[in-house]
Design a protein around this ligand. Structure first.
Ligand code: URA
Ligand code: SF4
Length: 249
């Protein structure tokens, strides 16, 4: 099956899925949308009111802000894939429950494998926790981590910035680094596939901004083994988290 076929198959399965109780209250499941192979994939939490109405991801207020963020990073919706960790709306927009997250996990994993994105951007804690179960968003946001050979960049959820205006600048600043992360990830992929960076590109990225990790950091030593994974903690805004781990290759 090629990637478009897998993406379509997953969408068909999600549309009629009854693997968790969220199917009971949904109007439309929201499998996600975008091209079948992408450089950039965005993963949010779960459909909200308008997404449930339309069966499309990020079409409400948070979606409008996401469009602004994408534009600020120089990308358009048409070139990225956008989905969520749960494909059906949690009633009243409550947080997804652990059994709902685990019931839905397989769909996201098939999508990731088919899309084969260079960079995955997680929007919010639940999406981040799929890849980095021990990270805290207050310290992990804006940072990139290699997870199973893909660069995962954790961002605050756009809706968090709408509810907490002080976060808006932070989210915009984090998104402004996305193009550099994409460039870095592409170089690492080139090294992996061909053994050397392409002739057209310099071997080393220019020194990144302080919030960035350099290529050297990205190749750095793996972090210690993660502790037992807790379910995601509510973001209490503290900053006492463990450093973001680098899971390499
Ligand atoms: N919030 C999300 O996490 N996902 C959507 O699709 C819409 C809002
Ligand atoms: Fe199925 Fe996921 Fe919807 Fe639950 S949230 S019913 S697992 S598609």
């Amino acid at each position: 099956m090629d990637s478009a076929e897998v993406i379509n198959e997953v969408a068909g399965q999600v549309a009629v899925c009854q693997k968790c109780n969220l199917h009971l209250s949904r109007k439309n499941a929201v499998p996600g949308e975008g091209p079948a192979q992408v450089e950039l994939m965005f993963i949010g939490e779960g459909p909200g009111f308008y997404e449930n109405e339309q069966g499309r991801p990020f079409v409400g207020q948070a979606g409008k802000f996401l469009d602004e963020l994408l534009a600020s990073a120089g990308v358009t919706r048409a070139e990225v894939f956008i989905t969520n960790v749960v494909k059906c709306r949690p009633p009243g927009n409550r947080d997804p429950l652990p059994d709902e997250l685990s019931a839905c996990r397989g769909y996201l994993e098939r999508q990731i494998e088919a899309l084969n994105p260079t960079v995955i951007v997680t929007l919010g804690r639940y999406s981040m926790a799929h890849f980095l179960p021990n990270a805290k968003i207050s310290s992990a946001h804006g940072k990139a981590t290699w997870v199973n050979g893909r660069l995962v960049v954790a961002m605050y959820h756009p809706a968090a910035a709408l509810h907490q205006p002080s976060l808006k600048e932070t989210v915009l600043a984090d998104f402004s680094h996305l193009p550099e992360f994409i460039q870095q990830a592409k170089k690492v992929q080139q090294v992996r596939t061909s053994g050397k960076p392409s002739a057209a590109e310099p071997a080393a990225a220019p020194a990144p901004e302080p919030a960035q990790q350099s290529l050297l950091d990205l190749f750095g030593a793996p972090a210690p083994a993660p502790e037992a994974p807790p379910s995601p903690q509510p973001d209490d805004g503290d900053d006492d988290s463990t450093p973001v781990q680098l899971s390499l290759f």
